[in-house]
Design a binder for this molecule. Structure first.
Ligand code: HEM
Length: 489
């Protein structure tokens, strides 16, 4: 992300991007959990251990190229702490709180069976299938179940092009002079591509918002969606039409590649650690058996599966910006051990190091799902996962994402035995590097062989009738709501 770019520019190119995170982690092991990088008058602090700092890290540093020129100041991820952030954040957290997120389970369930069919038909391209699944879910969560999701739809094509543009601007080795010389932003010819990107995003986001509006006026059944919620409750949150449109637009960017990386990381871990995969499948066989497919109602009974998922994302942490995570900015002086981090300092949490804190995760390099389980055989509640970030900026999409990850992973591990293809290369860090991993047509970190655990015809038949309403809805046969475990991940 831009605030770290001037510092990464100082590093040899070979260690940029993915390797920067481990390089920095080496410094953390050697010098302690607080690293300061200086470039001229600018400095950033990188933190390698987690400590709750309350709301003091809620701000973002100024990101002129990405936040102001491309985002027009309307993209929540780059919005500084203040009135606009509070209004946007309240809308997102209200709509995506655990109970409300449950409304999307039928949508997640009905789309996940396509993932199974696609893996059966074309296992080699599992990464593309996961990408389509994650993108479809987040698009429908944002705009309703009639939203276009086909790869050939012009809006989908434009969404992908714009994401590519912003991904390019966020590359660890991308550098925009305007982030050092702010007045450049007023020069008409400067950053033309970024400014045009903003205009294109505005057209796209407004077009999507208007389509939902029209469908609601003409009584089309679009199901629940974030945009519909905002159109029905917008006054309550006090957001302008532009803010609402861009908030919707942010969700695809925030929630598609991240979810893809997490699902693929878990599948890769299953193929790499067969003994642990077998333990998860023993639990699935005991709880579900092979005469019915798992659904959300099984969520609370699958301790081993949740532990496996948590360990996979600790082993190979996935963050929107792999180099270090999202930048934060201190809102006041922060005392960290014996050091004072002054107000206004840019801070990164180095996810790799935080996930390898030996005091929290003994033998941090070992893959041990058991570490997440206590002596009573339940999930430990004293061990945290930082997959979704920190403090006030924690991902508002976590409850939706947890469900998308859970239902896809449970179904795949129930349906298939996963093994690595020994003839193909394995890059087990590959899904952490979003800049490469999200070009699935050209880059595939691992090749997994999927062997059906039940006869294929039977599996296909079960998927045809896979429950979409009663069990998946979180409603039991008597019409009572089924409490959902938030413990996963
Ligand atoms: C498994 C998938 C996901 C992962 C790993 C993930 C992770 C993250 C992380 C690490 C951050 C930065 C937090 C920080 O600054 O400390 C973030 C921010 C964000 N995420 Fe997610 N996320 C995921 C899915 C989603 C989904 C599905 C949505 C939308 C429904 C979403 C919406 C957002 C938004 C809007 C932000 C910006 C929040 C802010 O700046 O205050 N994310 N996410």
């Amino acid at each position: 992300m831009s605030s770290l770019q001037p510092f990464l520019a100082l590093l040899p190119s070979a260690i940029k991007v993915l390797h920067a995170t481990r390089f920095i982690s080496g410094w953390i092991n050697e010098y302690g959990p607080l690293i300061t990088l200086r470039s001229g008058l600018r400095k950033v602090v990188i933190i390698g251990r987690y400590k709750n700092q309350g709301g003091t890290l809620a701000d973002r540093p100024r990101m002129i190229a990405t936040g102001e020129l491309f985002g027009g100041g309307l993209s929540i991820a780059y919005t500084p702490f203040g009135d606009r952030f509070r209004r946007m954040c309240r809308a997102l957290h209200t709509h995506f709180q655990p109970k409300a997120a449950g409304a999307y389970q039928p949508l997640q369930t009905s789309n996940v069976k396509n993932l199974i069919f696609n893996i059966l038909d074309d296992p080699y391209n599992f990464q593309n299938h996961v990408t389509s699944y994650a993108a479809t879910v987040i698009t429908k969560v944002t705009y309703g179940n009639t939203a276009p999701t086909s790869a050939t739809d012009p809006q989908v094509i434009e969404m992908r092009k714009l994401r590519k543009l912003i991904d390019g601007a966020l590359r660890a080795d991308a550098f925009y002079l305007v982030d050092s010389i702010p007045w450049l932003k007023y020069i008409p010819w400067y950053g033309r591509e970024l400014k045009q990107g903003f205009e294109r995003s505005k057209r796209l986001n407004t077009g999507q918002l208007n389509r939902v509006k029209e469908q609601m006026q003409s009584d089309v059944d679009i199901g629940p969606s974030f945009t519909r919620y905002m159109l029905e409750n917008g006054d309550h949150h006090g957001l302008t039409e532009d803010e609402t449109a861009f908030l919707g637009g942010s969700l695809f960017r925030a929630g598609s590649n991240t979810t893809t990386s997490v699902i693929c990381t878990v599948l890769m871990a299953a193929a790499c650690f067969l003994d642990e995969q077998v333990k998860v499948q023993a639990e699935l066989d005991a709880v579900i058996g092979n005469h019915q497919a798992p659904t959300f109602t099984d969520q609370q009974s699958l301790t081993r599966l949740h532990a496996f998922i948590s360990e996979a994302v600790r082993w190979r942490p996935v963050a929107p910006n792999v180099t270090a995570g999202f930048p934060h900015r201190t809102t006041k002086d922060v005392i960290w051990d014996n050091h004072c981090i002054p107000a206004g300092t840019t801070i990164f949490g180095n996810h790799w190091s935080i996930c390898r804190d030996p005091e929290v995760y003994p033998e941090p390099d070992a893959f041990k799902p058991q570490r997440w389980i206590n002596d009573q055989g339940s999930l430990r509640d004293d061990l945290a996962n930082f997959l979704y970030g920190f403090g006030r900026r924690v991902s508002p999409g976590q409850h939706v994402a947890n469900r998308t990850v859970f239902i896809s992973v449970v179904l795949i591990l129930w349906a298939f035995q996963l093994t690595l293809d020994p003839t193909q290369p394995l890059d087990d860090m590959g899904f952490m590097n979003s800049e490469k991993a999200h070009r699935p047509f050209t880059y595939q970190p691992c090749t997994i062989e999927f062997k059906a655990r039940i006869p294929e015809t039977e599996l296909r038949r079960m998927m045809q009738i896979y429950p979409e309403v009663v069990r998946a809805n979180g409603i039991d046969q008597q019409g009572n709501e089924i409490p959902l475990s938030e413990a996963c991940l």
